[in-house]
Design a protein around this ligand. Structure first.
Ligand SMILES: Cc1cc2nc3c(=O)[nH]c(=O)nc-3n(C[C@H](O)[C@H](O)[C@H](O)COP(=O)(O)O)c2cc1C
Length: 505
């Protein structure tokens, strides 16, 4: 195909069906007919054919961009499926803003100035207002009744400090090492997928801010930016971790992991709590309402059901057969430290130790997987007790990380006192860049730094190594009442029930 061909929009529109399906992405016209149902040798679109057919014969860029790394089309489609360059129509050049875009622009212009953002809850409140409804639904959603996500936050409030006094706390240091890599905070950025739903620069906001402030980012398998874009945006020597969803096709997984290692990634976090994605009803309901409002339902198509939400649409490649017997294979393909992300049971913590991995993340995926799964904090107490029976503690060769519900440095200090090596923050940073881009993430780091300084002084410690269990009272973690958290309750959006529609009678 002559790559300089210019294809008029009217010609693209003629290929708007299952039999012949062309789409425009970033001004390039592709024939993706064979991709719809995995015809020929092409891999099927993980989100099913329905979503593609909605853009058949049209420009799909706006829908494509947030949920696909830029190089996905060119690496998955054979070169002959590139038809040519889309002719820019007059309407495309001066395309008027939609009502939603106008509203969003106004909201962005009226955000509180960044120096009035005092804590991580503030970012969440701004994100809730400025994010497109679908993005907010995807980011904020958790599974089933959303008990686990609320408990993640609440658990921290059932642990109390017992501060020490009259210790010289002039100099306070909250830096540490995580899997042997220096970190200015005892916090890493937990992987959260689809960054471009929240901001056009997506995950790069995190990479740039993390590089500037010495924080470690965990790159998600399902990032909106490509892996290489993210690594290219890092500073020389900036440590990065990789979150891995294991593909059914192990050769693809191997290539992905080995490329990451070659590019300098220093830790592999294998997600083990997602053999199937949780039912995230905010996300699912948003999709449902959107489809009901206007989508043209095409007959006889296969693919994801219309109520699956974004999360399930993009994750069908994940291998549910992943098991302990696979761990030696991961060990054989990489020298990176391996960490299992999503551990809850002391029995699994011991199995992980015995399997020779370098650590575990006590996580319930931010409440997005098994609902009613206990918080990482509650599991931490039991898991540390179990690990203490199996060798030296702390174990320099086996790190216990934790994530879920962290919004304050005081949360982190509690987890560290109870035995965690470092703590992951997902939504806190996600909302920071969704509302203010890179500057938002930098401000979030600055806020956490201030909180560490103050809390450590008031706790009577000068370094993280002084954090011992006697500085906290976790006796009410199991049975105590949760104090009211006013900021969190204002940003938490309760689930909605099914909505009536306007009658067509
Ligand atoms: C929008 C969103 C997307 C996420 N995507 C992934 C992912 O792709 N892989 C993964 O292992 N965990 C994912 N997580 C879970 C996070 O890594 C982390 O466990 C969780 O966000 C921690 O809870 P927090 O958001 O309360 O900090 C995601 C979480 C959110 C909120």
């Amino acid at each position: 195909m002559d790559t300089s061909s210019v294809i008029p929009a009217t010609v693209v529109a003629e290929h708007g069906s299952r039999e012949s399906c062309w789409i425009i992405v970033h001004n390039k016209v592709y024939d993706i007919t064979d991709f719809l149902d995995g015809k020929s040798s092409l891999q099927q679109h993980p989100g099913g054919s329905r979503i593609i057919l909605r853009y058949a014969g049209k420009d799909a860029t706006a829908a494509y961009e947030p949920v696909h790394p830029p190089d996905v089309i060119s690496t998955n489609l054979p070169p002959e499926k590139f038809i040519g360059i889309a002719e820019q129509s007059a309407s495309a050049v001066d395309s008027p803003q939609t009502e939603e875009e106008k509203k969003r622009e106004l909201l962005l212009a009226s955000r509180p100035p960044l120096d009035e953002i005092l804590n991580l809850h503030d970012f969440e409140a701004v994100a809730k207002t400025v994010l497109p409804a679908k993005a907010w639904a995807y980011y904020s959603s958790a599974s089933d009744d959303e008990i686990a996500i609320r408990e993640n936050r609440a658990a921290y409030q059932r642990v109390w400090f017992i501060p020490r006094i009259l210790r010289d706390v002039t100099k306070v240091d909250w830096s540490t090492t995580i899997l042997g890599q220096k970190s200015s905070l005892p916090i890493f950025i937990s992987a959260t997928a689809l960054g471009k739903l929240g901001h056009p620069d997506g995950e790069l906001n995190l990479t740039r801010a993390a590089g500037k402030h010495g924080v470690i980012q965990m790159i998600p398998t399902l990032a909106s930016c490509s892996f290489n874009e993210i690594v290219d945006a890092a500073q020389p020597g900036q440590p990065l971790f990789l979150q891995l969803y294991v593909n059914r096709d192990r050769e693809l997984t191997k290539k992905y992991v080995q490329n990451a290692e070659k590019r300098g990634v220093s830790g592999l976090f294998i997600t083990v709590d997602a053999p199937q994605l949780g039912r995230r009803e905010k996300d699912m309901r948003m999709k449902f309402v959107d489809d009901g409002a206007g989508a043209k339902v095409q007959e006889g198509q296969s693919g994801v059901k219309k109520d699956q939400g974004i999360a399930r649409a993009i994750s069908s490649f994940i291998d549910p057969s992943l098991a302990w017997k696979d761990i030696p294979w991961f060990r054989s393909i990489t020298k990176m430290p391996i960490v299992l992300k999503g551990v809850a049971s002391p029995k699994d913590a011991i199995l992980a130790l015995e399997a020779g991995v370098q650590g575990i993340v006590l996580s319930n995926h931010g409440g997005r997987q098994l609902d009613n799964a206990r918080s990482g904090l509650e599991n931490l107490v039991d898991i540390v007790a179990a690990l203490k029976t199996r060798g030296p503690w702390p174990n320099p060769n086996f790190s216990v990380f934790i994530d879920g519900g962290v919004r304050r440095a005081s949360d982190v200090l509690k987890a560290l006192a109870l035995g965690a090596s470092a703590v992951g923050v997902g939504r806190g940073f996600l909302y920071a860049f969704s509302s203010y881009g890179q500057e938002g993430v930098e401000r979030a780091i600055e806020i956490l730094r201030d909180e560490f300084e103050m809390n450590m002084r008031l706790l009577g410690i000068t370094s993280l190594s002084e954090l011992t269990p006697d500085l906290v009272d976790a006796s009410r973690l199991r049975a105590g009442n949760t104090p009211q958290d006013n900021l969190y309750s204002q940003t938490y959006q309760p689930l909605q029930l099914a909505q009536f529609r306007e009658s067509k009678l």
